[in-house]
Ligand binder design. Sequence first.
Ligand code: NAD
Ligand code: UGA
Length: 464
Amino acid sequence: MKVKNICCIGAGYVGGPTMAVIAAKCPDIDVHVVDLNEQRIAAWNDVNLDNLPIYEPGLSDIVAQARGRNLIFSTNVDQAIQEADMIFISVNTPTKTYGIGKGMAADLKYIELCARQIARVATSNKIIVEKSTLPVRTAEALKSILSSSGNGVKFQVLSNPEFLAEGTAIQDLLQPDRVLIGGERTLEGEEAIQALHDVYNNWITTERILLTNVWSSELSKLTANAFLAQRVSSINSLSALCEATEADVDEVARAIGQDSRIGPKFLKSSVGFGGSCFQKDILNLVYLCQTYGLNEVADYWHQVIKMNDYQKRRFAQKIISTLYNTVNGKKIVLLGWAFKKDTNDTRESAAIYVADYLLSEQAEIVVYDPKVTQEQVYADLDYLNTRSEERNRSLVTVAKNYEDLFKDAHAVAVMTEWDEFKTIDWSKVYIDMLKPAFIFDGRAILDMQALEGIGFTGFAIGKG
Ligand code: NAD
Ligand code: UGA
């Protein structure tokens, strides 16, 4: 079977870029991306490509190539479902905030709503592709809902998790390490797998397209994120020991990373990992293990999250203790709010939690991030519910540029590794700040020796 019409439900960080790349690489396939969020769809359709809802290097070029040709963004979910022969479900799967599994399990209500809508609307056979990150065996529930329509329409469910990282999404989609497709090992299942394989094969070689059973594919996604986050927590745990012993965490990372069995990537110590997925997916994995009675396995993975919480807290405490055990009324500039560079995404960013600790000590925070808006910073702090919205607004200011940013500040803390922070004129910053002028580098990207030469009192994560 050759796919001619694709629908993707969910026009977020995954659905938007992934479908834009499929449309750009497969001009013979019509790709229809739908979402309930009208504002988001309007932004995807904005003639000014600077207004796309997501900031991602290279995205606007890809959208410009395909939009209006074979890439459509709309809110017409029913029509897109009806016309498609393959439907990607790429909706959000956040951590549950209520009931059984609260704070741990993935909330699958959006996924289930999609399945019910497809079952209700579809009048021809379809291949359903799980693009969202899901607990293992979700395909079973999807199949059960889909097959309940009773109108004779047949569905094949595939798992095709996404491994892109934000900030490098387009590169990751164009040249992925691998594409993973899990499907049923029946004749119909094999046909569906082949159809999806052929879509990707327009630009990705067969050797890089891995085929597995559905459950392995679903579980591999949670496992990949757990392993990646585990590496960050491992190096971050050792950053604390480096600080205590005058070892340098970057030197240790380089020394161990040269061992080809360990490898050099994902060993950059930081103020803590953020992003919408690492924490959510590990909590989901922990919950799954608990559900199967595998408590030792659950505890093992839970430690990755606990270590990350410790790292964020440790960094905030380092600031407080260095500033003579009080930050009350002191101006502290946070450089960066996004969870990593080259994205405007702030979900679970370490900066939010560090700011929250400092605000509880009544610090005055000024935030500067080149891609994050004032509204987003306030929304992130309000979401924690630690203090009133008015109090957040009275203690936190969001700067649009560097003008007067450092004036009379007691301390500066680097939260996100934006390249532009490396080229700030630090001599000028030093003049503007109160003395002693403190700098806390949560990403270890600045030349601390040079800064101390200027007169700063400096601390970098993982440096003795
Ligand atoms: P997102 O919140 O940016 O986008 C999800 C979109 O789905 C939203 O715009 C929402 O309005 C829409 N939606 C929800 N229910 C809908 C419905 N019933 N009908 C139509 N639209 C609906 O989320 P995201 O970051 O794109 O993540 C989506 C999934 O992909 C998650 O499971 C996530 O774990 C996974 N994932 C994310 C990333 C990432 O980098 N963000 C990477 C790999 C995998
Ligand atoms: C991560 C995975 O890398 C993707 O493969 C996956 O598809 C995605 O999650 C997902 O499922 O959502 P992402 O969260 O976008 O991608 O970004 P990463 O580059 O993985 O960074 C995550 C966090 O870890 C960031 O806060 C980053 O600063 C931090 N990090 C990363 C470190 O502190 N040190 C490192 O060495 C690497």
